[in-house]
Each structure stands twice: as C-alpha cells, then as structure tokens.
Design a protein around this ligand. Structure first.
Ligand SMILES: [Zn+2]
Length: 123
C-alpha cells in the first residue's frame, strides 16, 4: 500500500494491512513542515530462528510503532529526539515500512520457549 504524502492532512488516514500472521494497523497524520506522523500497532506471530538452537519458532510480537516520515530530505537537526524516515519519491510505502520493522524485531536476540526453559533449569 502506497500513500502519497502530499495528500495526508490533519485528518488521520487509517491503514490496516496484513502480512502473513502479522497485522499492522494505524494511521498517518500531517504534523508540521515536511513531517507526517505514523502511529501504528504491530501484532501477531513472526517466524524466527532461535538464537540458541536455530530451530524456527513462531514468536508473538506486540509493538507500538511511532515515527515521522519526511517528504524529502529532513534538514531540521534541532529536533532529533524522534525517529525520522526520509522518503524521496513523495510516497510512503506502508508494506516496506512494515517489512523494515519486522527485520528490526527479528534482528533482536530471541530464543524459543524450549531454550528459555532449559536456561531456567540451569540456573
Ligand atoms: Zn531454541
């Protein structure tokens, strides 16, 4: 799903997309200057290889996502307390944003239930 950033205004523009077992539901809203706010919930099950035994398992995820999308290069360096994703073609590709969030979650350290249990037993 692609959204033309110029068309996003103060009225929240809802989106609700599904990717396998994951739902990504939220809205885009015009903030200020070139910035568009994206606020969403990412929830569902994600296939992930265990970082201990390398077995694949379904990892439950529930994340609140909030960042800004800049329509073009983001130059205002006075406001660096929030995440800004730059768009260079005037569009926000929600599927692509979801994909990068998923990759980010996957890159964290996660172990399957079995390994979590055997870890507990060792202690
Ligand atoms: Zn494991």
């Amino acid at each position: 799903m692609k959204v033309v950033l110029r068309k996003v205004n103060k009225t929240p523009l809802d989106f609700d997309i599904k990717f396998n077992e994951i739902t990504f539901k939220g809205y885009l809203q015009y903030h200020t200057g070139k910035l568009i706010l994206l606020k969403a919930n990412l929830e569902g099950l994600l296939p992930k290889s265990c970082d201990i035994c390398a077995e694949e398992f379904m990892m439950p995820v529930k994340e609140e996502i909030e960042f800004f999308i800049s329509d073009g290069i983001y130059e205002d360096e006075n406001n660096i307390e929030f995440d800004v994703v730059e768009s260079f073609d005037g569009n926000a590709d929600i599927d692509e944003l979801l994909n990068s969030e998923i990759e980010l979650i996957k890159s964290d350290y996660h172990s399957c239930d079995e390994c979590k249990h055997s870890n507990l037993n060792l202690k």
